[in-house]
Write a protein that binds this ligand. Structure first.
Ligand SMILES: [Zn+2]
Length: 744
């Protein structure tokens, strides 16, 4: 790793000692030589050139939502018409440079004098057109307006007239809201969605000039609905691939219908719905990606259940896998998210800011959200300065913070069906199983500072995959015959892959195959059912030296994983399985069988391609244990299959997440500083700054550099361009830094 000490050591020959000591002090100007020496002094990166720059954007033909950079939402409560100061509300978002605001129409409670039957007026509305006043206040200030609806719940009078609108339990009883039993849950397959929601949309269109429509609370995200109403009883059982297809058809049908209603008044209006759930959302991301022009990522903050700090960037990578540059925004809650919630109290500023740093780093628009406006604009107003300051800062750099194309040379297959439908092997069956796998993979890639994208399982065409040197398949259990062929074609054309555990052992309907779908490609064959761990987990015995074992000395074996698929022997294995055994009592904690021919990894070279397969659930076991051997093994393996090629190299101390983008002015490199005791628990309380980060990239032929500017530090830094090789140093990183490169 490159840190201040090694920097000083390696630059000592190029600088007088006193000079070297002072180089990162304020006011010290770094020479181009210093930068070049520092940037290449650590592990020598094998930098591959960036692709030729994209043609300039045709602004005239770009849809309006593509230019939205900041979204504001004071989520309106029933009480707000009695207490919210409409002018103050609009002025706040306007002063924060919001381009668009959400205003509630709803569907649970009307915020205007709706005539749609069962659209109950809020008890503080008193005939007032609160929605209309808010729209007018926003429009007066040049902000666009999203009409926000909520079709997921309704009241008893509607249920009495339309018992078919309700979601039902197995015993036929109505499903009610867990918090407010007067509200029943509406079924998305019922006429409620066709008739009632459409009627509200048409009423809004007839009364107001709004820019687009949005539904909260639908479609379900994170899991699939379970309903036993008359319609749903005839559908395949929930949590099956057959149900998932019917569910997706219905989502697609309603989304398209609402979109055409939105366009009845204005052709550039549209409909969008609540989404999120990162890699395991309800609706098919492939299908939604083709339909949606606004991806609303309802991924508002960290929770106790899912505490990793990268929740927002994980979401952004899922979006980027399917949007092809279309608009996405991540909702950052200014209020207190989590297992214990305070909807009307501000969260830690450091946490709120990091979530917004992540949204921008991941290529999403900023979106700041608070709930309720008691006492004018909130009893707790602390969130307002945090959001407004961040928004105003970002507004200065819209050009650099708007992304065009990701710079990455590793693709990670995102198996949405596996995430939704597969629950892990029998001995570890759990909804958490794939979440643990995802986080293990993610943390491993971050700590290795790899530049990667997610690639959706339904987007494995060669045109998409050709940009990646390697494809990772972290226990992508479900793969169709076609998907297996696409992976084969990718390797045939020179790509490399790393796969693990039950990858390809199931088809797209979760039907288990006799052997792996990629057996031929990976050179593996299943020798039995999954073996779990009771007691002491299995080891991998080192059979011979190999680059994936670099750094393992003074040991004959290394840890394996919690679960593994036993394989038939292969020629010249690198690691073989020492089966698990008793861990207690310690008297029995020794291997009765200390050597087998069962492979613990299978490696192949096919032309320019390299393949690596781990029979264990190694990414997940890394997440569960934090064992550095597993991390080293995975890092070594990725370096081996990619032949250590990099497309952007950021060297320095600390645990960070890196994004690199092509932008309209040039390029941007985002460095998110996760080196913090609260990265995996609770919220950030404060910032622990990092020292220098040396950045290297190989630009396309003929591209010159005018400047490198640090957007958070708000200053330029020197750079060196040697041929196409660009080097510069980010002297320090607080919570985040964005290096904006302006091409000449
Ligand atoms: Zn139903």
């Amino acid at each position: 790793m490159f840190n201040r000490r090694t920097f000083l050591k390696t630059t000592a020959t190029a600088l007088p000692m006193a000079g070297a000591f002072d180089i990162f002090e304020p006011g010290f100007a770094l020479s181009a030589e210093t930068i070049a020496t520092a940037a290449v002094s650590g592990d020598t990166p094998n930098l591959i050139p960036l692709p030729q720059r994209l043609a300039p954007v045709d602004l005239a033909s770009e849809p309006w939502q593509q230019r939205i950079r900041r979204v504001g939402q004071s989520n309106m409560t029933e009480h707000d018409p009695a207490v919210m100061n409409v002018e103050e509300w609009a002025s706040y978002w306007h002063s924060a440079r919001a381009d668009i605001v959400f205003v509630s129409v709803t569907g649970i409670l009307a915020f205007y004098p709706s005539k749609v039957k069962f659209h109950r007026h809020g008890q503080f509305l008193n005939g007032r057109d609160f929605f209309g006043e808010c729209v007018a206040a926003a429009k007066k200030r040049g902000m666009r307006v999203v009409a926000r609806m909520s079709p997921d719940l309704n009241w008893g009078d509607a249920l009495e007239a339309h018992p078919d609108w309700a979601m039902r339990n197995k015993d036929g009883s109505v499903q009610y809201s867990g918090e407010e039993p007067r509200l029943f849950k509406t079924c998305m397959f019922s006429a409620y969605m066709d008739d009632y929601v459409s009627a509200i949309m048409r009423e809004i269109n007839s009364l107001y000039d709004i820019d687009c429509f949005y539904t909260n609370g639908w479609p379900p995200i994170g899991s699939l609905p379970e309903c036993y109403c008359a319609i749903c009883s005839k559908l395949p059982p929930t949590d099956t691939s057959e149900y998932w297809r019917v569910f997706n058809d219905r989502v697609f049908e309603l989304w398209s219908k609402y979109d055409s209603i939105a366009k009845e008044k204005k052709p550039d209006s549209f409909f969008f719905a609540n989404l999120g759930g990162n890699v395991h959302p309800g609706p098919s991301l492939d299908r939604i990606g083709k339909l949606a022009v606004w991806f609303q990522a309802d991924n508002q903050g960290r929770t106790y259940d899912d505490p990793a700090i990268w929740g927002c960037t994980l979401q952004s990578r899922a979006c980027n896998a399917v949007l092809d540059g279309k608009f996405s925004a991540n909702v950052a809650a200014a209020y207190s998210t989590g297992i214990v919630r305070w909807r009307n109290a501000s969260k830690n500023p450091a946490e709120a800011k990091m979530w917004m740093n992540e949204a921008l780093a991941g290529g999403m628009a900023l979106y700041y959200h608070f709930i309720g406006s008691e006492d004018g604009l909130g009893e707790d107003r602390r969130w307002q300065k945090v959001g407004a300051d961040y928004f105003r800062w970002a507004a200065k750099y819209d050009a650099h913070l708007t992304t065009r194309r990701s710079i990455a040379n590793i693709g990670v297959v995102m198996g949405q069906s596996t995430q939704l439908l597969y629950k892990g092997p029998a001995m570890a069956h759990s909804r958490q199983y794939m979440r643990e796998t995802t986080h293990g993979l993610y943390e491993m890639l971050l700590s290795g500072r790899f530049a990667f994208d997610f690639v959706h399982e339904d987007r494995l065409e060669s045109e998409r995959l050709s940009r990646y040197r390697a494809l990772l398949l972290p226990n992508i259990a479900m793969l169709s015959t076609r998907q297996c062929q696409q992976v084969r074609d990718y390797v045939q054309s020179g790509g490399s892959i790393m796969a693990s555990f039950e990858t390809g052992l199931y088809d797209e309907n979760l039907k288990q195959r006799g052997d792996f779908g990629l057996s031929d490609l990976l050179g593996i064959s299943k020798a039995g059912d999954v073996v779990g761990t009771t007691g002491n987990a299995y080891y991998g015995r080192i059979e011979r030296q190999h680059p994936i074992l670099a750094g393992f000395t003074n040991t004959n074996w290394i840890p394996g994983a919690q679960n593994r698929v036993p394989l038939k022997p292969v020629a010249e294995p690198v690691l073989t399985v020492v089966p698990g055994f008793v861990q207690y009592p310690p008297e029995l904690a020794y291997p009765p069988v200390s050597h087998t021919a069962e492979p613990a990894v299978v490696l192949r070279e096919i032309g320019h391609s390299r393949t690596a397969y781990f029979p264990g659930d190694i990414e997940r076991t890394w997440w569960l244990t934090g064992h550095g051997d597993l991390l080293r093994l995975l890092h070594n393996t990725i370096r081996w299959i990619t032949r250590d090629e990099k497309i952007v190299h950021v060297q320095g101390e600390g645990f960070v997440e890196i994004f690199a983008w092509e932008t309209a002015p040039g390029y941007s490199v985002h460095v998110l500083n996760y080196t913090n005791p609260n990265s995996h628990h609770g919220w950030l309380q404060s910032v622990y700054p990092l020292g220098p980060q040396a950045v290297s990239m190989r630009l396309p032929t003929g591209v010159k550099v005018e400047s490198v500017e640090l957007l958070h530090a708000e200053r330029t830094v020197p750079f060196r361009l040697e041929g196409e090789l660009l080097h510069f140093i980010i002297p320090s990183v607080d919570d985040c830094e964005v290096a904006a490169i302006t091409a000449g």
